[in-house]
Write a protein that binds this ligand. Structure first.
Ligand code: NAD
Length: 226
């Protein structure tokens, strides 16, 4: 499989394919045509064919795609055939919500440690994992393989904690704090900036309201008999 040549744009679309294919599998769908998949996913069939042709051999003319095969192969490309241990740093609202989310395990992500600085949280168990004080982090990482650190702590604390985590050898960070971490290039950072997503929504909403206004005005004028 020639993953090197796959564009980032395609890679970014793969999780969505994976989700749809997973739902099809749950509903015992064995094969699906690009046309059918395109209707479900609301993207053009040609986009689907182009995207999936990147991996070669997934679809057969006239037969459609083998759902299980495609699901497994995309899973492999996304690295979902592996198991990852993740630790959560910052056990407040968001950290606890993520720790409570069971669906990550289905995808191979296992929360193995939760850390905070607030002594009132120490020992509280979330799905069987006790919140530990941050002082235990170094020892924990030395004794337990950790693949991903999730940062759900205040914005101003995140850059320093990120550096410490990287100093302990962790190479992947899922960052929910609204701040740029500026880490060495060999560290993989995936930012989830919810407020930025909300701003994009706000922009689209504003644009759609601005676009509809002329029509509203027209309709108003008609109603007024102008
Ligand atoms: N809650 C949300 O829906 C939401 C939405 C968007 C962004 N965020 C961002 O996610 C982060 C967490 O938000 P929250 O609502 O869970 O905040 P929160 O205040 O509920 O939780 C933060 C936790 O981090 C802990 N903490 C502080 N310094 C620490 C350190 N050095 N090491 C370890 N733990 C430390 C605190 O004790 C606290 O328990 C923030 O940066 C916030 O901006 C949260």
């Amino acid at each position: 499989m020639q993953e090197k040549e796959i564009s980032l744009a395609v890679i970014k679309r793969l999780p969505r394919y994976y989700r749809y294919l997973g739902e099809l599998l749950e509903n015992d769908v064995v094969r699906i045509s690009s046309k059918e998949l395109s209707e479900r996913m609301k993207v053009t069939a040609s986009q689907i064919r182009q995207d999936l042709n990147n991996f070669g051999g997934f679809g057969q003319q006239g037969y459609g795609y083998n759902v299980e095969y495609l699901y497994t192969e995309i899973g492999k490309i996304l690295g979902l055939d592996r198991k990852y241990n993740i630790i959560i740093i910052g056990a407040g609202n968001l950290g606890q919500a993520l720790s409570n989310y069971t669906d990550f395990e289905r995808r191979g992500f296992y929360v193995t440690g939760i850390f905070d600085t607030n002594p009132r949280l120490e020992g509280i168990s979330i799905r069987g994992i006790e919140i530990q004080m941050i002082e235990n982090l170094e020892k924990f990482v030395k004794n337990n393989p950790v693949h991903i650190a999730v940062l759900t702590l205040p914005r101003l604390k995140a850059p320093q904690v990120a550096k410490e985590v990287v100093g302990l050898g962790i190479k992947a960070i899922w960052n929910f704090a609204p701040v740029d971490l500026n880490l060495p290039p060999d560290v993989i950072v995936e930012n989830v900036h919810l407020a930025e997503s909300l701003m994009r929504l706000s922009y689209d909403l504003k644009a759609s309201e601005d676009n509809t206004k002329p029509f509203e005005k027209e309709a108003d004028n008609k109603n007024k008999g102008n």
